[in-house]
Design a protein around this ligand. Sequence first.
Ligand code: UGA
Length: 443
Amino acid sequence: MNIAIVGSGYVGLVTGVCLSQIGHKVTCVDVDQEKIKKLRLGKVPIFEPGLEELLKKNLKNKRLSFTTSIREATRKSTAIFIAVGTPSKKNGDADLTYVENVARQIAVNMDGYKLIIEKSTVPAETGKRVARTIKMNLPKKFEKNKKSELDFDVASNPEFLREGSAVHDFMNPDRVVIGVESKKAEKLFREIYKPLNPHMVVTNINSAELIKHASNSFLATKISFINSISQICDKLGADILKVAEGMGFDKRIGRAFLNAGVGYGGSCFPKDVDAFVRISEKSGYDFRLLDEVRKINEEQKASFVRLIEDKLWIVKNKVIGVLGLAFKPDTDDMRSAPSIDIINALQQEGAKIKAYDPVAVPNAKKILKKVTYCKDPYDAAKGCDCLVLLTEWDEFKKLNFKKIGSAMKQPILFDGRNLYHDKNLGDLGFEYYGVGRGVKAGS
Ligand code: UGA
């Protein structure tokens, strides 16, 4: 099928490249000319394992192309995905300015039936608003046509990709959710996703939009839940890893997303939880549970900082080495990364920060100031009063702790992701603190 993707950011690019990989002819659009130039040369502007390889392959076989023209992409395509940004406004609402603009531009350039699909995470009812915007901006010849409603369908197809494993997630979806208002739209979706043979959940647009919000909010709730339990573990001398294991074997609960740590970050959970609280509020429901979820996430970072301050005793002028800055491994994304709040809090207390991350440093430099960026973990450990692990990169699992310990001023390690839970770092002379491992600040 000829498909257009408007917005070549993280979601749009992964979707476009993967749809071309499964056999469709895809045109990706973006307003950023520089970005389009690079993409045409096969260069991916984000760090996402496996993406560049597929991009190059499908550029070569001409199933994938890039343009800055919505007109060109609209004319060529039957299905058009809207995958532009929906940033948060100050009050937590999603800002849908880009979505509206794109809908209008698609409408004025329409020359026949189009399936217009919301891919960005949007509040319930956005589909209806997009449909109205399109109807109001259709070219004159369609306006006169009494069957104008038949000339397009609006649909919702939320994405569930995780950064760092997005290509794998696209190719192996747990489910594909489509919100449609016509049989024709459903049929087109089935054609688009046929090569993946996924389990399809077919529903109306409002429900599809809600599925996305409910899923992300539920996962964030799971993380805040286990983080709350980690606090109790520290107070009662219990071990969060065993608690999560014991809970996770219950099939109704499951082990996934029960990793206690320094809290969730990224471009999705913090923003989506805020947006869902607002959507609920506007609908007349006070979603108190989600309010607590975000508070607990903030407290989790603060409590980790308190632990460091307590164990270091005096933080002022201490040198703290940080391992990992990205909000999670396998990405260079620093958006709402817990490292930002934690480093800022330690700097406020007068700590000197040295940091290493395998790929996120260029992005970190734009946000975190007065940090000495290091070339590797050993360099980050050199002369430090303690090490703080904030992102569980694979490369950190294989560190030579003898070497790390001897490079440090004093071998104290705060493991914000419980990455080293099975290493006997005590035997190597380390003072070791994880999250929820039965050690409370002040003890
Ligand atoms: C999340 C969802 O998992 C995707 O399904 C969704 O498509 C995406 O948001 C989105 O809305 O676009 P992502 O933000 O890439 O994906 O990352 P996750 O792997 O979900 O992790 C989010 C945060 O939670 C990270 O900071 C991670 O460290 C943290 N986390 C995750 C925990 O603290 N504990 C866990 O057990 C799991």
